[in-house]
Design a protein around this ligand. Structure first.
Ligand SMILES: [Mg+2]
Length: 236
C-alpha cells in the first residue's frame, strides 16, 4: 500500500454544515420577503421545502431536471403547496436564496483544526463537489476554508456528478494524484464512497448522525478529530 498524499473532501454536509446554513438563509429570506403573510410559520414552510428540495436534488443527480428548474421549481412547488401559484415570488426566493446561503459560515466541529493539522503534515488537500462553481467558491472563501485547498473541482466543470467515474478521474488528473495515494472523504455513501472506490480510491464516510452505524464494513468517522488517527493506520 502507498502512503496517502492527497485527500479529497466533499464540501456540502461534510465540511460546510449545509442544513444549518440553509436553514439560517431561509429564515432570513422568509422575513425579508414577508412570507408570513402567506404561510403561518417558518417551521411549516421549512418542513415542506426540505422535502421538495430533496426530491429536486435527486432528479438533478439523475439528470432529469436542469439547474435552473431546480433553483426556481423547489420554491414554486413549495408556494403552490401553500395555495400560492406565484412564479414571480418563486423567482425572487430562488435569487435571494442563492445570494444569501453561500455567505452562511457554519462548519462541522473541528473542521478547521483538522484541516490545519493535515496541512501541517503536508497532505495535499482538495475538494470534489457536486455543487455549483460560483456558489461553492463563496462558501469556501467566506467560511475561511479556501486557503486549505490546492484544487477545487466542481462537477459542472466536468459535466458529470459524483459518483460518475469521470469526475474522479478529472480530479486525479488535475492534481497529479494517483488513486493509490489518494483518499476521499464525504457524507454521501453512493456519490462519495462508492464513486471513489469504483476508481480505486480509498474512501472514508463522514457520518455525524450515525446513519451507517450498523455497517461495520464501511470505514467511517463521526467526528473530524478521528481523521488524523485513521490516516496513521494502515488499512489496506
Ligand atoms: Mg455532501
Amino acid at each position: 500500500m502507498k502512503k496517502i498524499e492527497h485527500i479529497f473532501f466533499d464540501l456540502d454536509r461534510t465540511l460546510w454544515d449545509f442544513e444549518r446554513n440553509s436553514k439560517s438563509a431561509l429564515v432570513q429570506l422568509f422575513h425579508e420577503l414577508k412570507l408570513d403573510n402567506i404561510i403561518e410559520s417558518f417551521e411549516s414552510f421549512h418542513e415542506v421545502y426540505r422535502k421538495i428540495n430533496a426530491e429536486y436534488w435527486e432528479d438533478y443527480a439523475k439528470g432529469s431536471v436542469s439547474k435552473e428548474k431546480l433553483r426556481i421549481g423547489r420554491f414554486h412547488d413549495t408556494l403552490v403547496s401553500f395555495g400560492r401559484d406565484d412564479l414571480q415570488l418563486s423567482t425572487a426566493m430562488a435569487e435571494g436564496y442563492v445570494k444569501i446561503s453561500p455567505y452562511q459560515t457554519h462548519l462541522f466541529p473541528g473542521t478547521k483544526e483538522v484541516l490545519q493539522e493535515l496541512s501541517d503534515k503536508n497532505y495535499q488537500l482538495h475538494i470534489i463537489t457536486n455543487g455549483f462553481k460560483e456558489v461553492q467558491f463563496i462558501k469556501l472563501e467566506n467560511s475561511g476554508l479556501r486557503r486549505f485547498f490546492k484544487d477545487v473541482l466542481c462537477s459542472e466543470e466536468v459535466g458529470k456528478n459524483k459518483p460518475n467515474p469521470e469526475i474522479f478521474h478529472a480530479a486525479l488528473q488535475r492534481t497529479k494524484a494517483k488513486n493509490t495515494n489518494s483518499l476521499m472523504i464525504g457524507d454521501d455513501f453512493e456519490a462519495d464512497i462508492l464513486g471513489a472506490e469504483r476508481v480505486g480510491i480509498r474512501a472514508i464516510l463522514f457520518d455525524p448522525h450515525d446513519v451507517y452505524e450498523a455497517r461495520k464494513e464501511i470505514e467511517r468517522i463521526k467526528h473530524f478529530e478521528e481523521l488524523p488517527f485513521l490516516l496513521n493506520k494502515t488499512m489496506w
